[in-house]
Design a protein around this ligand. Structure first.
Ligand SMILES: CC(=O)SCCNC(=O)CCNC(=O)[C@H](O)C(C)(C)COP(=O)(O)OP(=O)(O)OC[C@H]1O[C@@H](n2cnc3c(N)ncnc32)[C@H](O)[C@@H]1OP(=O)(O)O
Ligand SMILES: N[C@@H](CCO)C(=O)O
Length: 372
């Protein structure tokens, strides 16, 4: 029995595997970087798996050793919060393909002794989930009181309930979708091409001299970051305002605040993320189509599920709009699965799930307590 009451314990597991990936490859061993918070109850009934989004990590509620900043969901996870280490045993793992401790393109291929680079096998959301299931086996966690995530984290929560229906009692899916649309794939492809067009990418073989394709990755992040915001939010924050004290350069400096903001988002991203990981993880989300995995009918994905579901969307999220959540709700209804659904107002677009949202916290708190 785990007896870990320290808040935010940074851990690492090397699991023997093998893990058979959707693409056919066998991966072994499998490294997982993860954190735990709180203590597993004697009956094992209080485990909550928090799944991170595209560029997140396992440091959900502790100081990130990479950025030195507080974790990305301290608004929701922590003492006195809806997910509380005093009540829950909280697990958050870096996804397979990630770059903060889990096996991915930047880790060493044991067969060659060199970083995998682009020889790392292509992975899917379901592969990420299977790797997490191996981690739970390793931790002695049989069933999850809840699995929760926003965006790509929500995809993992959906995939968990479909892949391991007996292991999930509740799933919270926020600002997410059951498949990537053509527009979602299109934006990701722009980002990938930006990375690959950077001469420093060199087919993904850039680890040895520590000179990654930073310019390409920064452009990829700038384009992607626009999709995480809303027009209203950008207008409110920056409008057409120029940088303080500056006039138009009549050149191509970052005259507008929004330009400088996006450049900042791009530059700070390359300090914390691996370009090849970006390729692999965006690919995994592009391939995600839960209906396709279940004979073309989304409801089929949930027929075996024993879970209660909570779906939350944001009205200004045009990346994974409310219509995508509604499609999931309809499928859950068709499958006879219990589901609550709420669309919340927010000016902040897709990334609203990472920002202050008292409504979101209230809904999640009520939903989790109802099942306790
Ligand atoms: C989901 C997961 O699993 S984890 C991954 C989530 N994390 C991220 O995506 C990180 C990047 N994303 C963001 O920053 C997202 O917008 C959020 C939602 C997480 C944070 O939003 P907010 O708190 O509103 O921050 P905001 O978007 O305004 O960005 C603030 C940063 O922009 C900088 N900034 C603001 N205006 C300007 C400007 N005109 N010029 C240059 N920089 C600017 C700030 O100085 C600040 O910099 P810092 O982050 O280095 O301290
Ligand atoms: N901005 C978040 C959400 C993207 O879906 C991230 O980068 O992970």
């Amino acid at each position: 029995m785990l007896d870990d009451t320290r808040f935010g314990l940074d851990r690492h597991a090397t699991l023997p595997g093998p893990l058979r990936l959707d693409g056919g490859a066998l991966l072994s061993p499998i490294d997982i970087g993860y954190e735990t918070y709180g203590t597993l109850a004697p009956d094992g009934g209080n485990a909550i798996l928090v799944c991170h989004a595209l560029t997140g990590d396992q440091h959900v509620a502790s100081i990130s050793p990479v950025t030195g900043k507080p974790g990305w969901w301290t608004r929701l996870v922590g003492p006195g919060k809806p997910i509380d280490p005093a009540r829950h045993f909280i697990i958050c793992a870096n996804v397979l393909g990630g770059c903060t401790g889990s096996s991915g393109p930047a880790t060493v291929n044991p067969a060659t002794g060199k970083p995998w680079g682009m020889s790392f096998p292509v992975i899917t959301i379901r592969d990420m989930v299977r790797a997490q299931a191996m981690l739970l086996d390793h931790l002695g966690v049989e069933t999850l009181a809840a699995v929760i995530g926003g965006s790509m984290g929500g995809m993992q929560a959906l995939s968990w309930s479909a892949t391991f229906p007996d292991r999930v009692r509740a799933a919270v899916v926020i600002a997410s979708a059951a498949r990537h649309t053509a527009q979602n794939i299109a934006f990701h492809e722009v980002g990938r091409q930006a990375v690959m067009a950077d001469p420093k990418w060199r087919g993904g073989d850039y680890y040895a001299d520590g000179d990654p394709p930073a310019a390409g990755l920064a452009v990829a992040r700038m384009a992607a970051h626009i999709t995480y915001l809303s027009e209203a939010g950008l207008t409110e924050k920056f409008g057409r305002r120029l940088q303080t004290g500056s006039a138009k350069s009549f050149g191509f400096d970052a005259d507008f605040q929004v330009e400088s903001y996006l450049r900042h988002q791009g530059i700070s991203f390359v300090d914390r993320f691996d370009a090849n990981s970006y390729l692999y993880i965006t690919r995994a989300t592009d391939y995600f189509d839960l209906a396709e995995e279940h004979g073309g009918h989304l409801a089929n994905a949930f027929r075996e599920s024993k879970a209660r579901f909570c779906l939350i969307s944001f009205d200004t999220d045009w990346l994974y709009p409310t219509s995508e959540s509604r499609a999931i709700v309809h499928a859950l209804n068709a499958a006879g699965a219990p589901v609550s659904f709420v669309e919340l107002n927010s000016p902040f677009g897709h990334d609203a799930f990472l920002l202050d949202s008292p409504g979101m916290n209230r809904v999640i708190d009520g939903f989790l307590r109802a099942g306790a």
